[in-house]
Design a protein around this ligand. Structure first.
Ligand SMILES: Nc1ncnc2c1ncn2[C@@H]1O[C@H](COP(=O)(O)OP(=O)(O)OP(=O)(O)O)[C@@H](O)[C@H]1O
Length: 612
């Protein structure tokens, strides 16, 4: 439903203090307020009523609260607004509109703060705020935010009203951002020193804020409101510049006065309902741009600045008359709700939702890509696992062969060990003599003698001629020592064999584990296993292989030691064989000697018998 209100333009008057120039020239204050809304001259002949009259002591903040806040609030809820200052040069328009930012801020910075405070407090609404800043200088529209944009053109269409083509519009999200735009604009503004004002505005400046607002939930309509904050140049008489005025100042003065005259005419015509003649908005750029605001659909607040000095009586009277006429203008203010896709808020929302859609699409694509990359990775993993398995199989084969070899070695070594029972009947005959047949068959070469075997030899070879036990002879001592050496090697050998046996049993267990592992791999190649599990299996396999390798390495080393020891032992055995041979020879000699002695004895006995 269209929401509209009918109301008059709000008009207030601000009287500035007498300035140093006026005081110096002996100027007198002839205008004063009578009550809060009335201003009259000292004589009391002229008296005017406005919405509010502000005195020299009123500060801008108070004026803003009374004349500005309502306009801003309307804008924030979707109605156009316009605040401007009107008055002769040096009457205090710029002081009122811009002021001094830190010490005495004007209507423009106060409005900006108010706008962003409202945004902050409106939790159920979203806003999009953009700003432009232009000046009308010598009837040319220049962009104050971009110095290269001069003489911009106005375009008008029924739907969007009056627009400045190509003007810079900055989307702002904070008052600080807007204030920095204002500062840029201020630097570019045409200002010059005149007899009446050291910093006289040579142009009309319009700071425009476009507020788009929308309820966060539910409603799709966007309210679009334009707020024009205007600092007009002041009307000037020739004495403002004096007789030395240059042509540039004169041209500026003419343009300013002409446009203000047109503004006055427009206001007069708007206030005179009986006059149906066309309103000359097009006669100046200023009225053209103000047309939408003045024509009706805008909440307008005019602050008329005047000097109270008798010197400026005519100019002040002219301003007060302008204000009086403006006061009569009625405005029909309509809320600008629209679904127009050209509103930035809708455009941006559309863009945002499109971008979100694209983002979602991209995310989905990324997911798919990731998935296919993962499956490629998985394939690679599987291939790697298979290769790893093949390697592990080969290693296992090597280990098995090494095991067989070690087993054979073990068997061979085991065969070197014999117990006393094995040796006794084969080595010695009942009379204690050595069974040479067994020795000759190579038995001694391949068998290690047990300690018990050596004890059997000792008493037989240790008897003296009388049959008494003989202490070990030197000849006998050597082989015994050597035999004891052989026994020590036996122990070493046994230990080595034990070690190998132990390792073999460990290997057996590891081999079984390893085979189990391979079986797992064979039975479910990656089925039901995560990559992590597969990787763990590979890692375990790798470790197992490493272990096996180090075991084999150790065993190889031990075998080498063992071979060395075995070699030494064989040498010992050979030495021992030699010793045995020597012993046998000695034994043989002893037996021969014994036989000879016995023969001699027998011959002696026979001789004795014969002699008897
Ligand atoms: N209410 C005020 N209190 C104190 N000083 C003021 C007041 N109004 C204006 N002035 C001072 O008067 C001088 C002229 O004011 P200002 O520049 O605002 O005039 P103006 O109307 O903008 O002039 P112009 O049309 O030439 O630009 C400035 O130095 C300003 O500080």
């Amino acid at each position: 439903m269209e929401q509209k209100t009918i109301e008059n333009i709000t008009v207030s008057v601000r009287i500035r203090p007498l300035n140093p120039r006026e005081l110096a020239s002996g100027g007198e204050k002839i205008w004063e307020n009578s009550g809060s809304a009335v201003i009259k001259d000292k004589t009391g002949v002229r008296s005017f009523i406005y919405d509010q009259v502000y005195t020299e002591t009123t500060d801008t903040q108070e004026i803003f609260i009374n004349q500005g806040v309502e306009v801003i609030e309307k804008c924030m809820s979707g109605y156009n607004g316009c605040i401007f200052c009107y008055g002769q040069t040096g009457s205090g328009k710029t002081h009122t509109m811009h002021g001094v930012r830190k010490t005495n801020p004007g209507v423009v910075p106060l409005s900006i703060d108010y706008i962003f405070n409202t945004v902050q407090q409106s939790s159920n609404k979203e806003f999009l705020i953009r700003c432009s800043y232009i000046e009308i200088y010598n009837e040319s529209i220049n962009d104050l935010l971009n110095q290269s944009l001069l003489n911009l053109q106005i375009a008008e269409d029924k739907r969007n009203g009056i627009k400045i083509i190509g003007v810079t519009e900055e989307v702002c999200t904070s008052s600080a951002q807007v204030n920095s735009l204002l500062a840029i604009g201020e630097k570019h503004k045409n200002i010059a020193s005149t007899n009446f004002n050291q910093r006289s505005s040579r142009s009309h400046s319009i700071f425009r804020v476009i507020v788009e607002s929308k309820n966060t939930f539910g409603c799709t309509e966007v309210a679009v409101a334009t707020l024009n904050l205007i600092d007009l140049a002041g009307s000037e008489s020739a004495n403002v510049h004096g007789p030395t005025a240059n042509s540039a100042r004169s041209k500026e003065m003419k343009c300013i006065n002409r446009s203000l005259l047109t503004l006055g005419t427009v206001i007069m015509r708007l206030s005179d309902k009986k006059n149906n003649a066309p309103i000359p908005y097009r006669d100046s750029k200023l009225t053209r741009l103000l047309q939408p605001a003045l024509e009706g659909n805008s909440k307008v607040s005019i602050i008329c600045n005047i000097s109270p000095c008798n010197d400026a009586f005519d100019e002040t009277l002219s301003t007060l008359k302008f204000a009086q006429r403006a006061k009569k203008i009625k405005q029909v203010i309509v809320k600008n709700d629209t679904n127009d896709s050209k509103t930035l808020i809708i455009k941006y929302e559309k863009e945002i939702s499109e971008l979100q859609g694209r983002l979602r699409e991209m995310e989905e694509r990324m997911l798919k890509e990731e998935e296919s990359a993962r499956s490629i990775d998985k394939m690679k993993e599987i291939r790697m696992i298979q290769e790893e398995k093949e390697r592990a199989d080969a290693n296992l084969e090597g280990i098995l062969q090494e095991k067989i070899r070690l087993q054979q070695e073990l068997e061979r070594l085991k065969s070197f060990i014999i117990c006393a029972e094995d040796v006794k009947p084969k080595v010695y005959s009942e009379d204690g003599s050595l069974d040479l047949a067994s020795r000759r068959s190579g038995f001694f070469h391949s068998k290690t003698l047990h300690a018990k075997d050596l004890k059997l030899v000792e008493p037989l070879i240790g008897k003296d001629d009388n049959g008494n036990e003989k202490t070990k002879s030197k000849v006998l001592d050597e082989p015994f020592k050597k035999r004891r050496k052989v026994n020590r090697h036996d122990t070493f050998l046994l230990k080595g064999i034990d070690n190998i046996e132990q390792k073999l049993s460990i290997m057996e267990v590891e081999k079984t584990d390893f085979e189990d592992l391979l079986k797992i791999n064979d039975s479910k190649p990656n089925n039901g296993l995560t990559i992590e599990e597969l990787l763990k299996i590979i890692e375990d396999q790798r470790k197992t292989i490493e272990n096996q390798k180090s075991i084999i390495e150790k065993q190889r080393y031990e075998k080498e030691c063992f071979d060395k020891a075995f070699e030494e032992m064989n040498k010992e055995i050979e030495d021992k064989d030699e010793q045995i041979e020597i012993l046998n020879d000695e034994l043989k000699l002893c037996r021969n000697n014994l036989a000879q002695l016995q023969n001699k004895n027998r011959v002696k006995k026979v001789t004795n018998k014969i002699s008897i």
